[in-house]
Design a protein around this ligand. Structure first.
Ligand code: SAM
Ligand code: SF4
Length: 315
């Protein structure tokens, strides 16, 4: 469906939980978040209904996210139902990959096309620090499982933090040399946990090109500028939500795990969907698409206007 600004909104992200088995410093409070009550969280059937209604309005691609989507008990059933919604052409999932060895094959069979895996560093000690206790070996095993199951091509997402993981840029890019990984570096956004961080943590994506001057621009892929290192099989994407935001071409809406439609990641506006069915649900989704703001104001304001952090919205 076309919004008021002529953008074709065809992409929906659904958060299936705001809980997680890791505690990344930019995303989750150390103590975790309040567990939603059972009746607050979208039920599997409600997620399916939203997917069907959204597809009827022109949504073609759905990304399942969280929190960590693989800790939701019914994740395979959710993927199966969403993938079966008439008009949905692709279902993908964003994960920290820790539980992929357990779920990759079942998810593929249920209709999942691909996974994006978050991995900010390959250094075990640094990974433990960033995730407050995670093991990078678990992620690498998860990636292997995804490859075996055919959940490919795999995008590897790394959030760039000044003074934290700049030395991980080159090792991550090295992964693209012999395999078709699409490593994407993302500027950390001042939302939720890191809204109050010191300025030096927020570094521009150009830092990647300083570390690896041999990268050649080869095109674009959605919101990322695509680069390739000579002779490499994979690619390197640079995503800069802050220094050159991509609102004018944003094609996305989001639904939180408690059933609120967020037309824009960084806006406070939320439209309740839980409890709506049939024409009412369709009308609320249509309103969200039509009212999607033209742009967010992250480049001119200190922090996101969103009342929630990424784990609660679904990144
Ligand atoms: N748990 C899954 C994972 O980590 O891939 C899915 C949810 S997580 C919220 C989705 C993505 O949001 C991750 O790639 C994470 O790095 C990113 N993210 C979280 N907080 C962020 C922030 N403040 N700025 C930029 N990216 C952020
Ligand atoms: Fe969990 Fe993903 Fe947030 Fe890390 S980024 S705390 S893995 S939800």
């Amino acid at each position: 469906m076309i919004d008021h600004y002529g953008r074709n909104i065809d992409y929906l992200r659904i958060s299936v939980t705001d809980l997680c088995n890791l505690r990344c410093v930019y995303c989750m409070p150390e103590a975790g978040v309040r567990r939603l009550r059972h009746n607050e969280i979208l039920r599997v059937e409600e997620i399916e209904e939203i997917a069907i209604a959204a597809a009827a309005l022109g949504i073609e691609k759905i990304r399942i996210t969280g929190g960590e989507p693989l800790i939701r008990r019914s994740i395979v059933d959710i993927v199966r139902r969403v993938a079966a919604a008439p008009g949905i052409r692709e279902v993908a999932l964003t994960t920290n990959a820790v539980l992929l060895p357990q779920f990759a094959a079942e998810l593929k069979e249920a209709g999942l096309a691909r996974v994006n895996v978050s991995i900010d560093t390959l250094d075990p000690e640094k990974y433990r620090e960033i995730t407050r206790g995670g093991e990078v070996e678990d992620v690498l095993r998860g990636i292997e499982a995804a490859i075996e199951a055919g959940l490919t091509p795999i995008k590897l997402n790394a959030v760039l933090m000044g003074g934290v993981n700049e030395d991980s840029i080159r090792p991550l890019i090295k992964m693209t040399e012999d395999a078709d990984f699409r490593v994407r570096f993302i500027e950390v956004m001042p939302i939720g946990e890191c809204a109050g961080w010191n300025q030096e943590r927020f570094i521009g994506i150009s830092r990647v090109l300083e570390e690896e001057p041999g990268l050649k621009l080869v095109g674009t892929d959605g919101v990322s500028k695509l680069y390739r290192k000579e002779g490499s099989v994979g690619s390197v994407g640079l995503i800069s939500p802050i220094s050159s935001h991509f609102c004018p071409s944003c094609n996305k809406i989001r639904v939180t795990s408690d059933g609120k439609l967020k037309p824009c990641l960084h806006s406070a506006e939320e439209i309740p969907l839980k409890g709506l069915h049939g024409d009412e649900l369709t009308a609320a989704l249509r309103k969200g698409i039509l009212d999607k703001p033209y742009k967010h104001h992250l480049e001119s304001e200190d922090a996101s206007n969103s009342a929630r952090g990424m784990s609660a919205i679904g990144g």
